[in-house]
Design a protein around this ligand. Structure first.
Ligand code: URA
Length: 255
């Protein structure tokens, strides 16, 4: 890929666009061994070698991080008041990172952070149907009727029903207070794994709300064939390997 020298250096985290321009003009940047003073010089990121103050710049085009998102952090690139998921990637060398898709502030778990717009588009475009599996806890009982409703598609107030989702490993975590009529009651907490293929706003919360159940905990476990690394504590991240990135576009295995 060819790009302006000042853009490449700013994206690599060396400074703002204007500070890297000053750096280039001062003659401290070498391209293929020759001092380059033109910030607009087109550089080929696949072929050319850039050295700044004796250090080789790692401008690998694409970077991919897996974050175990903690609660209380917003899925955005920057915010004046609140901590964002990008703020958590402390060693970032690049300024062009963004989260792929969105988890609610109180949702935890797998979030992919990258600068690869094509991959994000491939994963998020409507109709792509990348499977996303979550562990969900709700305040109440997930009855057979709710399970089959969610598996068929739910009216959550949008134009269309939600796409059919999978619901499995349903467990009751506390003694539930089932009414005589067999209706769910507020006292029990149920847990399940749910797999959805869309990414509508508050989708899972709204699916359960349609049946009168409140989601009290939501954790994303997998995206496509990529699973949340169990060694990552909430707030921790790791750089993904090439093999793991390929998994994203694969069919999901059981999360
Ligand atoms: N569905 C939700 O309701 N919230 C999320 O964060 C993700 C899916």
């Amino acid at each position: 890929m060819k790009a302006r020298l000042d853009k490449i250096l700013a994206d690599s985290g060396l400074g703002t666009r204007s500070s890297v321009r000053d750096l280039i003009k001062s003659g401290t940047v070498k391209v293929n061994g020759i001092s380059e003073k033109d910030p607009g010089k087109k550089v080929d990121t696949d072929m050319d070698e850039i050295i700044v103050r004796g250090e080789l710049i790692d401008f690998r085009d694409k970077v991919y991080y897996m974050l175990n998102k903690p609660a209380g952090v917003i899925t955005a690139t920057e915010d004046k008041k609140q901590t964002t998921v990008i703020d958590l990637i402390k060693d970032k060398k690049r300024r062009d990172l963004f989260p792929v898709g969105r988890l609610d502030k109180d949702t935890v778990g797998l979030l992919l952070i990258t600068n690869d717009g094509d991959l994000a588009h491939r994963l998020l475009a409507p109709g792509k149907h990348v499977k996303k599996t979550y562990l969900v806890r709700v305040d109440g009982i997930i009855t057979d009727e709710i399970k089959s409703g969610i598996e068929k598609g739910v009216d959550i107030g949008d134009e269309k029903l939600t796409a059919p989702a999978e619901l499995r490993e349903i467990k009751l975590l506390e003694d539930a207070d089932v009414t005589a009529a067999g209706e769910h009651a507020a006292d029990g907490v149920s847990e399940a794994k749910i797999t959805i293929t869309e990414g509508r706003y508050h989708e899972i919360k709204r699916m359960f709300e349609a049946f009168g159940l409140n989601v009290i905990y939501l954790k994303r476990l997998s995206m496509g064939g990529l699973k949340l690394d169990p060694d990552l504590q909430e707030g921790q991240w790791k750089i993904l390997s090439e093999e793991e990135i390929v998994l994203l576009s694969k069919e999901s295995s059981e999360a």
